[in-house]
Design a protein around this ligand. Structure first.
Ligand code: F3S
Length: 420
C-alpha cells in the first residue's frame, strides 16, 4: 500500500507501539485485498465484546491494558445483559460481572457506552460519502444504503480503525463495490407494506435470494427510517447484504439505471405479497392459538416513538401483559432514559412489560450455550412472538424456542392473550 508520511510515522512506531501494531494489521489486511491506500474514517461503531463469549472479555480487557485509545467518535454495540436491570431479567451475577469488565475497558479506551445496535437513533448519523467503520449488520446496511456513508463489515478491524482513524480503501468504500447487482421489481400495494414486520419479511425474502450482493428494489414506496431499518436488518439476516438501493428511499441512486451504473442486472425477480407471506410462514413455528410465553419488540433497538406506541397501545386497550408471558421491548439506554423522563417507560412497566436496554433476547443469558455454562435451565423461552425476522431467525436456533412472526400490534395482542 502507498502510505502517507503520517501513516509511515505511525507504522514506524513514532507514535507508539499500539498504533504501530494496529496500523500494521490494517496494512496486512488492505494488501490481502489489493487496497492501494488508506482513507480517514470519521466514526466507528465498535464490537460488542459480549460476556457470553469469555474470550471476548479477556481480549477487550487486555487491549485496553495496552493503553489503546480511540481517536474518532466511537459508539459501542449490544452487550449480553442490561447493565441496570440484569438481576430483574434473570441474568446470572457472574455474567454481569464479566460484562462490567468490558464496560470498564471501553471507558478506559474512550469508547462511548451506547451499547446498542441502533446508534443512528442516538444521532450518530454520518454524512453521505463519509468513510466510517462499523460492526452490527443492520446498522451497516442502514449506514451504507439509507445514509450513503461508506463502510465494510468491520469485524475485528473496527478496533484498529477506531484507534488509528484509518481503513484500507476497498470493498464498499469504492464506487465499483456499490453498484447494484440484482433487480427486484416490487408488485406490492401500500397495504402489503403497512407494518415494519412487512418490511422485515420483504428483506428476509430478498436477502435469501441475493446472498452477499447488492439488491436494487424498484417500486418501494416512500418509507420511514424505522421501516428502512427493519428492511436493512432482515437483508442481513437471510443473506449477508451490506448495501441495497431503493430509488426514492436510499441515498445514492435516484433511479434504477443509476443504481446499476450502466451494468445489467445478474438476475431480475418479481416480488408479491405471496413472497412476504412465505417469510411470515417460514418463521412461524408456533401453531395458531398455541400458548406463548415471550414477546419481543425492538429488534433492532426501538426509537422513543416506537416505545410511545407500545405505551399508548396498552392505555387504549386498558389491558395488561398475561401473567404467563414476558414482554421485552428492547432499546438503547439513552432512549430508555428519555422514555423514563417522558413517562413512557413507567406506563409500559405498569402494564407488565419490561423496557430492556443494552441487550436483547438473542444477545443475552438466555442462549442455550450460556445457560449450560452458568447452570441455567433450557430453553429459557418456549414460544416467542416477535415482529422481527432477525429475532425470529436467531432465537429459534440459539434459544431453542418456537417462534411466530406477527406485526407489532398483533405481538402486543399475543402478549395480553398469552396466545399467538
Ligand atoms: Fe439488535 Fe438484538 Fe436485533 S442486537 S438487531 S435487537 S438481534
Amino acid at each position: 500500500m502507498n502510505l502517507t508520511a503520517e501513516e509511515r510515522h505511525m507504522l514506524d512506531g513514532q507514535r507508539g507501539p499500539v498504533l504501530a501494531k494496529a496500523l500494521d494489521y490494517l496494512v496486512q489486511f488492505g494488501e490481502a485485498f489489493g487496497a492501494e491506500r488508506f482513507v480517514d474514517v470519521i466514526y466507528a461503531h465498535y464490537p460488542a465484546e459480549m460476556s457470553i463469549y469469555r474470550g471476548n472479555v479477556e481480549d477487550a480487557v487486555e487491549y485496553a491494558g495496552t493503553g489503546a485509545r480511540v481517536c474518532i467518535p466511537t459508539t459501542s454495540s449490544t452487550l449480553a445483559c442490561d447493565l441496570d436491570q440484569w438481576d430483574k431479567l434473570g441474568c446470572p451475577r457472574a455474567l454481569y460481572d464479566l460484562q462490567a469488565q468490558v464496560v470498564d475497558a471501553h471507558r478506559r479506551m474512550g469508547v462511548l457506552g451506547t451499547y446498542t445496535c441502533t446508534p443512528q437513533w442516538l444521532g450518530f448519523v454520518p454524512p453521505k460519502g463519509s468513510h466510517i467503520i462499523s460492526v452490527e449488520s443492520s446498522a451497516i446496511v442502514y449506514f451504507n444504503s439509507v445514509l450513503g456513508a461508506r463502510t465494510n463489515r468491520g469485524g475485528i478491524f473496527t478496533r484498529y480503525s477506531a484507534v488509528t482513524g484509518k481503513y484500507p480503501l476497498m470493498g464498499y468504500l469504492l464506487d465499483a463495490g456499490r453498484r447494484g447487482t440484482h433487480l427486484f421489481k416490487l408488485h406490492l400495494t401500500p397495504d402489503d407494506l403497512k407494518h415494519e414486520s412487512d418490511y422485515s419479511a420483504l428483506g428476509f425474502h430478498v436477502g435469501a435470494l441475493v446472498g452477499s450482493e447488492v439488491p436494487v428494489l424498484d417500486g418501494l414506496p416512500r418509507s420511514t427510517p424505522t421501516q428502512l431499518l427493519a428492511l436493512s436488518a432482515a437483508l442481513a439476516t437471510s443473506g449477508s447484504v451490506t448495501l441495497f438501493h431503493a430509488p426514492g428511499n436510499t441515498a445514492e441512486a435516484d433511479s434504477v439505471e443509476q443504481a446499476f451504473a450502466g451494468a445489467s442486472p445478474k438476475a431480475t425477480y418479481t416480488v408479491t405479497r405471496k413472497d412476504l407471506q412465505a417469510a411470515y410462514d417460514k418463521l412461524t413455528t408456533v401453531g395458531a392459538g398455541e400458548t406463548i410465553d415471550f414477546v419481543t419488540l425492538g429488534c433492532p433497538h426501538a426509537t422513543l416513538e416506537q416505545l410511545r406506541h407500545v405505551a399508548d397501545w396498552f392505555a387504549a386497550q386498558g389491558k395488561r401483559v398475561h401473567a404467563d408471558v414476558r414482554l421485552w421491548v428492547c432499546t438503547n439506554r439513552m432512549t430508555r432514559q428519555a422514555g423514563q423522563w417522558e413517562g413512557i417507560v413507567p406506563r409500559i412497566e405498569a402494564a407488565g412489560g419490561f423496557v430492556v436496554s443494552d441487550c436483547c433476547p438473542v444477545e443475552s443469558h438466555m442462549r442455550i450455550s450460556t445457560c449450560h455454562e452458568h447452570g441455567l435451565p433450557t430453553p429459557q423461552i418456549r414460544a416467542m412472538v416477535t415482529d422481527s425476522t432477525k429475532m425470529a431467525r436467531y432465537v429459534g436456533d440459539l434459544i431453542g424456542c418456537k417462534t411466530a412472526l406477527r406485526n407489532r400490534d398483533d405481538c402486543l395482542r399475543a402478549a395480553v392473550d398469552g396466545r399467538a
